[in-house]
Design a binder for this molecule. Structure first.
Ligand SMILES: Cc1ncc(COP(=O)(O)O)c(C=O)c1O
Length: 401
């Protein structure tokens, strides 16, 4: 910690202070934003020492920037990881990770239900580069073990899963993956480190879309990869430096740190409101299914109680009236906004079935992940007054029961 005693501070304290000492920056309580693309050296010898990593310093903004370095240190601390690299978006994190750690002939095992663009990168892009991708339902540990072969480098999953909000058991899956000699990557975007820290449960690498809860205010895109120092060095030195070049801007780093300061508080409020909404929806006569990690009976609920401190605020809902009812319900909402992102202070709702069908007209390879029905509605509960959210959902469900 930058300041104080040896006592380990709590999550919220570290989210506000970790890695920064205002005394080193003219007393500025808020960290400075280093808006520079390059760094000058006193002489050639100094530039050589920085280049050779024999001396601390910065060279060029695509690889490192002090504002970025502070955000990375803070995220690593909160996630319980040795190191972190931030990227221009969540997809940049996922792409930089895959293209740094996987080569032609390597294999990746993936849970069949993941975020739609992760479906595309693993189902379409990686096979084009000679990387074999195998789907294995990770609720079945025997099936998972059988899918991991000698060339399997990485096993990849999300929990909670986008868009179903189902939960997978990190500790049980990590044991199987390690016994078979592979490494487990978890996209923990739906939870954030305030709610779930997969490395504590045995995962090796964590990815986040910072665009979602970690920034939390829907005003930027960002991503992060977290793990051991060697892996993160590879993702920065290859994936970020010369494969994707997808660096997060210093201003965005600053804004993510501003968001981080309230992450613990926001996730508690998000989770409390989401549980109220999930219970209301479950009891509503128009609703066929509600999946929410902390709702008893929801898929993976027991694992959620073990590995998540709170249920986060993502849920999936299916109406008895199916696809047509989903569209009617979406269109009647007044306070919830129809938008594809999630994890914002604003409540957002999206219907993957209608959006993917429309995207296929432009990108034929786009598809819904396995296990996602066309009737599924994804709901992201924001921080408005929960009574207002419940009232909006009730009026939109009227006549569907
Ligand atoms: C689980 C998950 N992972 C990754 C991403 C990609 O993040 P970004 O939109 O920041 O590229 C998303 C975006 O929705 C997501 O939901």
């Amino acid at each position: 910690m930058a300041k104080g005693s040896n006592r380990r501070h709590g999550f919220r304290t570290r989210a506000i202070h970790h890695g920064y000492n205002s005394a080193d920056h003219l007393g500025s309580v808020s960290p400075p934003v280093f808006m520079t693309s390059t760094y000058a050296f006193a002489n050639v010898a100094e530039s050589e020492q920085v280049m050779a990593e024999e001396r601390d310093g910065y060279l060029y903004g695509r690889e490192r920037n002090p504002t970025q370095a502070l955000l990375e240190a803070r995220l690593a601390e909160l996630e319980g990881a040795e190191a972190c690299v931030v990227t221009a978006s969540g997809m940049a994190a996922i792409g930089s990770l895959f293209l740094s750690l996987l080569s032609q002939g390597d294999e990746l095992v993936i849970h069949p239900t993941v975020y739609s663009n992760t479906v595309s990168v693993t189902g379409d892009a990686l096979p084009r580069f000679g990387i074999r991708v195998t789907k294995a339902d990770m609720r079945d540990l025997d099936m998972l073990a059988a899918a991991i072969g000698p060339r399997t480098k990485l096993v990849y999953m999300e929990t909670p899963i986008n868009p179903t909000a189902e939960v997978l058991d990190i500790a049980a899956i990590a044991r199987v993956v390690h016994t078979r000699g592979a490494r487990l990557v978890i996209d923990s975007t739906f939870a954030s480190p305030a709610v779930q820290r997969p490395i504590e449960h045995g995962a090796d690498i964590v990815v986040h879309s910072l665009t979602k809860y970690i920034n939390g205010h829907g005003d930027l895109l960002g991503g992060a990869v977290l793990g051991d120092a060697r892996t993160i060095r590879a993702v920065r030195g290859q994936g970020l430096r010369y494969i994707t070049g997808a660096t997060l801007s210093p201003l965005s780093c600053f804004l993510v740190m501003r968001g981080l300061k309230t992450l613990g508080l926001r996730m508690r409020a998000h989770g409390e409101a989401a549980l109220v909404v999930a219970r209301m929806l479950q009891a509503h006569p128009a609703v066929a299914t509600v999946r929410y990690p902390h709702l008893p009976g929801s898929p993976g609920h027991e694992a959620a109680l073990r590995q998540m401190e709170g249920g986060s605020a993502m849920m999936s809902v299916e109406l008895k009236g199916g696809f047509a009812a989903a569209v009617r319900f979406m269109d009647r909402l007044e306070l919830f906004q129809r938008a594809v992102s999630l994890g914002d202070v604003d409540s957002l709702v999206m219907h993957p079935g209608s959006l993917i069908a429309a995207r296929q007209r432009v990108y034929p390879e786009a598809k819904l992940a396995d296990g996602v029905g066309v009737e599924l509605i994804r709901v992201s509960i924001g921080l408005e007054d929960v009574e207002d959210l419940v009232a909006d959902l009730r009026q939109a469900l009227e006549g569907e029961g």
